[in-house]
Design a binder for this molecule. Structure first.
Ligand code: FES
Length: 105
């Protein structure tokens, strides 16, 4: 279980308790938060679950797979800290922060 703090595209934040084994994307979709669309349902193929992972949270997750890195590279607004939130699997972190990129536009 981790407290995931979503920094939303409208400038607000929303904190959600996400159970271990679920992804940061799951936590957003299950709580109807805006920005993360997750068209493919988490199979690392749509890239509509784009987030920026701040330095403070980057060590809390495994590095991206080659498949994820390839998808992220070609996204609008791609940065060195871009991740696909369906690939960020929650464990026993205390608190995680992500900046949500609006994938609905
Ligand atoms: S939900 Fe489709 S790539 Fe993450």
């Amino acid at each position: 279980m981790a407290r995931v703090v979503y920094h939303l595209p409208d400038g607000t934040t929303k904190a959600v308790e996400v159970p271990a084994g679920q992804s940061v994307m799951d936590g957003s979709v299950r709580n109807n938060l805006p920005g993360i669309v997750a068209e493919c349902g988490g199979s690392c193929s749509c890239a509509t679950c784009h987030v920026y992972l701040p330095d403070s949270s980057s060590d809390l997750f495994d590095p991206p797979s080659a498949e994820e890195s390839e998808l992220v590279e070609f996204l609008d607004g791609s940065q060195s800290n871009s991740r696909l939130s369906c690939q960020l699997i929650v464990g026993e972190q205390d608190e995680v922060h992500v900046e949500v990129v609006d994938s609905s536009v």
